[in-house]
Design a protein around this ligand. Structure first.
Ligand code: RB5
Length: 145
């Protein structure tokens, strides 16, 4: 898969930790930044990652800020984006099975790199179950409001 990844300064260290591991799994990576721990505004990276996913130029997105909250708020403003803020394995897995999440948000100041990596692996490999969950997703499609 092609994975778009982005962070602000609060998620930079975790992004850098995850990148080579994701690459070693055989995925293609598009890193939209940031590229240092200098302070930046997370909506910029959220916009860049979700833009790639929305246009089909990336299959999935990963967004990391300090808490993951700002990134998830920003990402879920974008039609077609289903961003899940997760900090443990169960919700990371269920965000795929039931919610078909196409963006995973995490907090670099909330979880450690080992847990984040386990979450990313399960999130990248778990399929969407469809069926009744598809009907529910259609009910929250921005075009249905
Ligand atoms: C930056 O200090 C911090 O506010 C940001 O990384 C994020 O946690 C916002 O939701």
């Amino acid at each position: 898969m092609k994975i778009a990844i982005g962070s602000d300064h609060g998620g930079f260290a975790l992004k850098e930790y995850l990148k080579p591991l994701i690459f070693e799994l055989g995925h293609e990576l598009a890193d939209v930044g940031c590229f240092s721990e200098e302070s930046v505004d997370y909506p910029e990276q959220a916009r860049a990652v979700t833009g790639l996913v929305k246009k089909g130029e990336a299959d999935r997105g990963i967004l990391i800020c300090g808490t993951g909250i700002g990134m998830s708020l920003a990402a879920n403003r974008v039609p077609g984006i289903r961003a899940a803020l997760c900090h443990e394995l169960f919700t990371a897995e269920m965000s795929r099975r039931h919610n078909d999440a196409n963006v995973l948000c995490m907090g670099g100041r909330v979880i450690g790199p080992g847990l984040a990596w386990e979450m990313v692996k399960i999130w990248l490999t778990t399929p969407f179950e469809g069926g009744r969950h598809e009907r529910r997703l259609n009910l929250i499609d921005p075009n249905s409001y």
